[in-house]
Design a binder for this molecule. Sequence first.
Ligand SMILES: [Zn+2]
Length: 235
Amino acid sequence: MLLPLLLVPPAIAGLAYLFLYGGIEGPIDWAMDTATHGSRDHRRIALTFDDGPDPQRTPALLDALAELDVRATFFLVGGAVDAHPELAARIAREGHEIGNHTYTHRYLPLARSRRVAEELATTDAAIERATGAVPALARPPYGGRSTRNVRVFERHAKRLVLWDVNSNDWRGAAAETVAARVLERTRPGSIILLHEARDGGEVTIDAVRLLVPALRARGFELTTAGRTLESRAGT
Ligand SMILES: [Zn+2]
C-alpha cells in the first residue's frame, strides 16, 4: 500500500493517507463513530492514562488519584497486565475504568486483521483474569488505525476511544508546562491523553496534582471516558 503512494505527488499521497489510515476525525472515524470527546454541552471530562500498568508509576498515580478523589480511565497493555496483574486489579478495585490498549503496543495500521484480533483477544483475556471484567473500550497504540482494522475492534465489541487533548507528557517538559497545555485546550467533553508508564513519568503525576484542582475550579467534572461519552449520542 505504501509503495504506490510514494510515486504520486506528496499532497495527493497525504490525502490518500488521511483517507486510508485516518487522521483524527478523518473519514474512517466518521464512518466508525470513533470517539475523541463527549458532548460539548456537559462539563464532564476524562483523564486517560495509557501504557500501564507499571510497577514504578502506577501505585503512586493511584495514590494521587485517590487523594484527589478522581476516577479516571486506564488503557492497559495486555503484556504489562500479565506481568503485573495485581496492579490491574488495584486499578479496577479503586473504581477506575479499564480499556484495551493491545497486547504488544505495536502500530497497527499495516497489521493483518488476524493479528489485530489476537492483540485484542489476548489483552481482553489478561484484563479479565486480573480484574474479572472484559473492557468495553479500546484505544489503538499511537491512535493508529485503518478502515480494515477498526472493523476488527468493532467485531470485538470495542468502542474506539481516542482523545481531543494531547498532554504531550512524554516529551520531557516540566509538570507546570504539561498542566498549562492541558488547561488551555480542555473544553466540555474533553478526553485528555496522559501516560502512566514511561521514563520520567513522575512529571505526569505532578501534572495531575496541578491539573485536577485547576480543572475543578473551571467547573469541570472529572470522570471516566465511558461516562464522558454517555451523553455523546445526538451531539
Ligand atoms: Zn500507548
